[in-house]
Design a protein around this ligand. Structure first.
Ligand code: NA7
Length: 541
């Protein structure tokens, strides 16, 4: 079959894909977006589990590229729930007439660089063959859902769900015996909602997580107007923050104040709710003693909240510094364990041996269930990228190149794969940040770069291997200055058996990273090679 020719192919119609499509049109590069789902939204299309909600405040978890868009959209809650965020993604798609260039229910299977033609040849699960000069992987960082390797999963006769791959119809748990496996963010959000419906809910916990109450509430009109009056400058400040989120980040080291002052600060942040708790002191992710004070505080809150002391102890995280696994934000999570219909099973005391036709065997006990909810996470950051068979220059495969871990130059390109861009790829702040801020920064930077190439008549760009090696080292060096590598987290690839263990996101901060990327551009795109001069239009006539 002949190849369809496009200026650019984008994989994924989440926020990154939508914004890319919009911006590429602005540059006059005809693009097509290929999306496995039957609608836009990415993460917010798939993660429809009960209680799914963003842990970044709505006023900040939205696009900033259009003043009209940010003024006209109204968020109904401090932290938006999944249906509202999906409605927002749909609104963006319609407002900018993006759907006409999105091909749904189309999964990209292969992509190979043709060095002679200087194009990417792309194949889909529908047998289509496309060719494009530019290839964008806008596939998200948490999009390859993982079922655990527990024997017998296929034998279970009841209903099974994965939080990251939730059905589109309403799932009713009324009167049912439900198991939830996992206690990450998705479980912590869904457990309180499922517990209200289910006859019995049993939670199987391998690692307890730290969770901060969200204090979610309906949007306050004055608060919304405060943001909208000053959106441009507040957004600008957020872009320079460590996480791309504007909240109070203290400059004070934790141990420089008295225990009473520390407690007062933690109490204040606990009352405000949300991830800003980690901004209580500037060194919580750098200094173990400082971190211990915050972790002790949260453990004390768990003990205060959960009435059964044995359950409270099981829920207290002890094997990682607070914040080194993604901190969770909840609505009534710990309180849920006071309900008579909720039981917690600690897998260290009672490991799961198998799933049977009627339930789960753990610690020699057979538990019977009608439904099992797997809240077991994702092959994070690299899963979706490596899920496509990508071959670069001379047939080098991305899977082979990244066998010992992802290698990128600033998380945007990888050497040997010309004209292939990753949005919020490994080696960039990505999952440690407000994803929409990071998406906009990557797309804007790449668009400036493509405009620069257009102006010079260049058609290829590629990361230099030496520059990439230095960046990989820098990503490691900054991570090793923090407490992050002390946790067996999905940031480290630790949740996937056999995955290389190294800290994948760049921890140097969103603001610093932006400055660094701008310097690279100002320095003539230092570390990138350009090539293949396009014949001027007149000469080509
Ligand atoms: P996470 O944060 O990866 O959580 C997955 C949970 O599932 C976590 O508690 C895991 O325990 C647990 N898990 C994974 N495999 C197993 C097996 N085999 N047995 C028992 N328990 C298991 O995914 P989420 O979907 O909750 O959240 C992902 C991100 O989405 C979140 O951080 C937000 O950014 C949004 P473990 O900790 O590995 O011991």
């Amino acid at each position: 079959m002949a190849h369809e020719h496009h200026g650019a192919v984008i994989v994924g119609a989440g926020f990154a894909g939508l914004y890319l499509l919009h911006r590429l049109r602005g540059l006059g590069i005809p693009a097509i977006c290929l999306e496995a789902a039957d609608d836009v939204g990415g993460t917010w299309y798939w993660n429809r589990y009960p209680g799914a909600r963003c842990d970044v405040e709505s006023m900040q978890y939205s696009f900033s590229f259009s003043e009209e868009l940010q003024q006209e959209w109204h968020w109904s809650e401090r932290f938006a729930a999944q249906p509202e965020i999906l409605a927002y993604a749909r609104h963006v798609a319609e407002r900018y007439d993006l759907r006409r260039d999105i091909r749904f229910e189309t999964r990209v299977t292969d992509a190979a660089w043709d060095d002679a033609a200087r194009v990417w040849n792309i194949a889909t699960n529908r047998g289509e063959k496309l060719a494009a000069r530019y290839f964008f992987m806008a596939t998200g960082c948490l999009s390859a859902a993982r079922l655990p390797d527990i024997p017998g999963i296929a034998d279970f006769k009841g209903r099974q769900f994965h939080t990251g791959y939730w059905p589109h119809h309403k799932v009713d748990f009324t009167g049912r015996r439900v198991a939830v496996i996992g206690t990450g963010s998705s479980a912590i959000q869904s457990i309180p909602v499922i517990a209200e419906q289910a006859a019995q809910l049993t939670v199987f916990q391998r690692t307890p997580n730290f969770s901060i109450p969200s204090r979610n509430r309906p949007m306050d009109d004055e608060y919304e107007q405060g943001w909208k009056r000053d959106y441009a400058s507040l957004r600008q400040k957020a872009r320079m923050m460590r996480t791309g989120i504007l909240y109070g980040l203290s400059d004070t080291p934790a141990m420089s104040v008295s225990a009473e002052e520390r407690k007062a600060e933690y109490e204040k942040r606990w009352a405000v709710g949300g991830t800003a708790f980690m901004g209580s002191f500037r060194d919580l992710l750098l200094d173990q003693a400082a971190n211990d004070t915050a972790a002790d505080f949260v453990r004390s809150k768990i003990r205060e909240t959960v009435k059964d002391p044995a359950t409270a102890e099981r829920l207290c995280p002890r094997n990682h510094p607070i914040g080194t696994k993604r901190i969770c934000v909840d609505t009534q999570y710990y309180e849920t364990y006071n309900r008579p219909n909720v039981t917690l099973i600690d897998l260290h005391e009672a490991p799961i041996t198998r799933i049977t036709t009627s339930g789960i065997e753990a610690g020699g006990v057979a538990h019977e269930f009608d439904d099992i909810v797997f809240a077991t996470g994702f092959d994070a950051m690299t899963g979706a990228l490596l899920g496509v068979d990508i071959k670069g220059r001379a047939g080098e495969s991305l899977n082979a190149k990244w066998e010992a871990g992802p290698r990128t130059l600033v998380g945007i390109m990888t050497a040997g794969f010309p004209n292939m861009f990753m949005i919020t790829g490994p080696g960039s702040p990505s999952v440690l940040s407000n994803m929409i801020v990071s998406i906009e920064q990557h797309v804007d930077w790449i668009m400036d770069c493509l405009a620069h190439m257009q102006a010079k008549g260049q058609v290829t760009i590629e990361a230099d291997r030496g520059a990439e090696d230095s960046w990989v080292e820098e990503v490691n060096t900054v991570a090793n200055r923090t407490l992050y590598p002390r946790a067996a987290s999905w940031y480290m690839g630790a949740n996937v058996p056999g995955k290389p263990r190294l800290f994948m996101p760049y921890v140097g901060g969103v603001g610093n990273y932006r400055v660094l990327c701008d310097e690279v551009a100002a320095d003539g795109y230092r570390g990138f090679h350009f090539g293949g001069v396009e014949r001027p239009a007149a000469a080509a006539e």
